[in-house]
Every structure is written in C-alpha cells, then in structure tokens.
Design a protein around this ligand. Structure first.
Ligand code: ARG
Length: 461
C-alpha cells in the first residue's frame, strides 16, 4: 500500500491500493501536456491577480515558480511521480514544493476537470497546426511533380483496368485535391475546438469573480465555452481531430498503395531510390517499398483510435468521469502516426522516378482510346452515342482478334463495321491526341493540368 495522494487525501484514512494507483495514474501518458499545463496555469494565475482573487505578490511567485518548473522539465531535471497521478498534480505539487503557500493558492477557482480539458484542447490545436503544415508540404511536393509531368501519359484506370490515357501530372493532382480537403476538415475542427473550458471548474462554474474572457484570450481561444458542464465533459473536438486524421490517413494509404503497385516488377512504372526502399536479408534482388507499405498500414492505428475514443465517450453521462482520461492515448498515437505518414509521403513524392516510356506504352495498351473512336463516330458521322459505343466494341473485338492496337487496325477492317469511317479517324486514336482532346475544366489535357498545377503552387507558396 502506498499513501493516498497528498493533493486530495484530506478525508482519506487508508492508503490507495497499488492497483488503484496503477489503473488511475496517467502521468506516463499525459506528461506530454506539460507545456500546455504551464501555459494554462500562467493564464489562470494572471487572471486571478487581475480580478483580485490572488495578491500580485502571490501571482508573481507563481509565475516565477512555473518558469523554474518549465526549465526543469525542458532540462530533463523534473522527476515525474506516479503517486501524483497526472501532469496537473505533478506540476502543482512541485510548485508548492518550490514556492510554498502561493503555490497552494493556484488551484483557486478551477478544477482538474476544466484544467485537463483546456490543456488537451491546446495540445490538439498545436497538433492540427503541425499537421496542416505537413499537409501543405506534401501538397507542394505533389504539385511540383505534377507540373513536371503535366504532359507525360500514363494509363488511367477504373476497376484497376485500363480506361483512358491520362497524364501523370493529372493523377498526382487528384491527391492534391484530396489533401486540400483534408486541410479544410482540420481547419473546421480547429475553429470549433477553439473555445476555452478554463473557469468551468469542476462542472458548475465558480463563485470566485473570475474573468473567463481574459484567460480565453491569453490562451488564444476565440471565446470561453458557454456551458460549464459541456466544457468539462465534451470530447468531440478530439473525435473530430481523429475523424479528420482517419480520412487523411486513408487518402495517404491510397497513394501509398499506388506506389507499392507501381514499384512492383510487373508494373515498374516508378522507381524509389535506395533512400525509400529496404533490402531483403535473404533475397538479394529485393527492393521493398517499406515506407509506402507502412503509410498504407497507418489507417489501422488511426481509424482504430477514432473507434476507441468513440466507444469511450458513448453513453457516458454528464459531466466529467474518469473514463475521459482514456481520451489521450488514441489522440497522441494517431497524431504521431499521421505526422510520420505525411512526412514519409512527402519524401516519396519527391523521391520517385517514373519510367516515362513504360508509362507511355502502358497508356496505349488495352484499347485505351476506344472512347475516342466512339466520340469520333458521334462527331463525324452523327451516330447516337449508344450506337457508336456498340460499333466501337465490335471494332475493338476485331483488333483484339488480329492482335493489333486500334491505331494499327487497317481502315478496311473498321469499315467492315461502319463503311462511312474515313482515314481521319486515325487522328484521334493516338494517346497524345486522346489526352490533348480532354480539354474540359478539370480534364487531363496537358494545358489544363499545367493550369491546375500552377494554381496549387501559387496557393501553397
Ligand atoms: N488525469 C485526469 C484526466 O486526464 C485529470 C482530471 C481528473 N479529474 C478528476 N476529477 N479526477 O482526465
């Protein structure tokens, strides 16, 4: 048996069971919040002095003590005690140890319930800002490569089957759009998150004449949370962060999977350098795209974190309950995983070298310009599209039977299906002609792709 916590043990006669201490303590996890906890305490102490709840002298002593603790933690000289449960009581106990009675006045007009909600919002806000910057960096890399390859053909696939030729730049820009929306989701979550729980106290507010606008402003929040019960018990800010993270991780996994496929021997569309591949301990020829595979796997953890926290919050009655201490591990884990995945993605985007001649050849395989033939029949012969589609299907079957590409099928063979077809049809059957013709807004024509790549590079500069 250890002794009960000196921060709350006044009415307790017996010491905590060791197992209680082990299940209850969160310090090994929430020590990550130390900076936010000190910031929150600074804002709270200044406000208490301004409103006359604390003397200026006490507040000054608290500020000095907090600065010393900050230096201790930064310098690795702070000893985190499991017996003190969490980061809040570790710092507060150390403050009292260093400065005595003023330190014991800091917790006036607040509770650990509003304190932890405040610290955690600040931490998630910082994580969003880091992830936003990493997303922008990954998008810049994609837009740069897209501009570089705005006119380089590759096969565009649907059902993983050859569909129509596109450009590599166009394909990469699809990911820029996705990641751009991911940034939007994080920005939305940040705006809703940015209200201050501090001063909600345990759940009901406080009788001390505090100024919640002042602490909210000092901590960069837009305003105080309007309902003290909601302030201490809501974690939808963390859920939204995890939901945005899960969607973003799923986007990254799609790109990662394409890299894995493109690097494989049957494809060889791209090559990753030694910097982003690993060897096999037994098969000397191997170059494994491990980084891409791990990015592909990260949604396991990140979507898992979202599910985990949803289950913690589900059915939880108001207001605070210790269940909510389980909010931090999934968020910390997801943030770490997503930051790694984003950095690895940016690295691979800048690293990969496409095999342009293989991509060009694959773009022409599989009768990829069949739609161009059908469109020509509509334009030149005014066939209804459905009829043109049918005629084209028969021409493709003929080409397939002879083992030749559409562009190499003799005109006479085509005319057996539709006698009015002329030599002019061959102008639309090449990969380059097909790509250049898809000039609609958002289409794959190199001119459109260049415009979009330039627009993104400007927006991200
Ligand atoms: N370590 C706790 C948490 O992370 C702090 C809040 C504890 N509040 C309480 N009333 N026991 O949620």
């Amino acid at each position: 048996m250890s002794s009960s916590n000196p921060q709350w043990g006044g009415r307790f006669r017996l010491a905590s069971a060791d197992i209680l201490q082990r299940i209850n303590a969160s310090i090994d996890i929430d020590r990550k919040l130390w900076r936010q906890d000190i910031e929150g305490s600074r804002a709270h102490a200044r406000m208490l002095a301004r409103t006359g709840v604390l003397s200026e002298a006490d507040a000054a002593a608290i500020e000095e003590g907090l600065a010393e603790i900050e230096a201790e933690i930064e310098g690795g000289r702070f000893s985190f005690e499991t017996a003190l449960e969490d980061i809040h009581m570790n710092i507060e106990a150390r403050l009292a140890e260093r400065i005595g009675e003023p330190g014991r006045r800091l917790h006036t007009g607040r509770s650990r319930n509003d304190q932890v909600a405040t610290d955690f919002r600040l931490w998630v806000r910082d994580a969003i800002d880091r992830i936003d910057a990493a997303l922008a960096a990954a998008m810049r890399a994609l837009a740069d490569r897209a501009l570089e390859h705005a006119a380089d053909p590759m096969p565009g696939l649907t059902h993983l089957q050859t569909a129509q030729p596109v450009t590599l730049g166009h394909h990469l820009l699809a990911y820029v759009e996705m990641l751009g929306r991911d940034r939007g989701r994080f920005a939305d979550a940040r705006a809703r998150l940015n209200e201050s729980p501090l001063g909600a106290a345990a759940l009901a507010g406080t009788a001390f004449p505090i100024d919640r606008e002042m602490t909210a402003g000092a901590l960069g929040f837009a305003r105080p949370c309007a309902n003290s019960i909601d302030a201490v018990s809501s974690r939808d800010f963390a859920l939204e962060f995890l939901a945005a993270s899960a969607i973003c991780a799923v986007h990254l996994s799609r790109f990662a999977e394409e890299i894995v496929i493109w690097c494989s021997a049957p494809f060889r569309f791209v090559r990753l350098s030694d910097a982003y591949t690993t060897g096999s301990s037994i098969m000397p020829q191997k170059r494994n795209p491990d980084a891409a595979e791990l990015v592909r796997a990260k949604p396991g953890r990140i979507a898992g974190a979202l599910m985990g926290l949803l289950m913690v919050v589900k059915g939880l009655p108001l207001a605070y309950a210790k269940d909510l201490q389980e909010d931090k591990p999934p968020v910390f884990e997801a943030a770490d995983a997503l930051e790694l995945a984003l950095a690895a993605t940016e690295g691979m985007v800048r690293d990969f070298v496409p095999d342009l001649s293989r991509l060009r050849a694959a773009a022409g395989d599989g009768y990829s310009t069949a739609t161009d033939l059908a469109d020509w029949l509509v334009r030149a012969l005014e066939l209804p599209f459905r009829t043109a589609h049918h005629v084209t299907g028969r021409i493709v079957a003929r080409a397939e039977g002879m083992g030749v590409a559409l562009a190499d099928l003799p005109l006479a063979e085509m005319q057996r299906e539709e006698p009015r077809i002329t030599q002019a049809v061959f102008e639309v059957l090449s990969v380059e002609a097909s790509i250049a013709s898809r000039n609609s807004h958002g289409g794959t024509a190199p001119a459109r792709v260049r415009e979009q790549a330039m627009r993104w590079r400007e927006a991200l500069a």
